[in-house]
Design a protein. Structure first.
Length: 83
């Protein structure tokens, strides 16, 4: 009885081990098949991120010095209220 249990345990462990090895092989094959697509997608994402950062930096430069703008607006409001 104990011998059958031990044999069943090793058969089960063997089946799980074989399944995991096959799963690992399948994932490696899938990685090799999609490597070019993944590389292209990563470069596209990097370009999009770079374009987004450039656009954000451009907006900052266009808006100029917000401190100077705030001072000018405050002076204009003050002049209007005192007039």
């Amino acid at each position: 009885m104990i011998g059958n249990a031990i044999m069943l345990m090793f058969v089960g462990m063997g089946i799980v081990f074989i399944f995991l090895v096959l799963l690992n092989i399948a994932m490696s094959v899938l990685e090799r098949l999609t490597k070019e697509h993944t590389r292209k997608e990563e470069s596209d994402l990097a370009e999009a991120e770079l374009a987004r950062k450039r656009k954000k930096n451009k907006k900052r430069r266009v808006s100029g010095d917000t401190g100077v703008q705030t001072a000018v607006i405050s002076a204009a409001v003050h002049a209007y209220r005192n007039a």
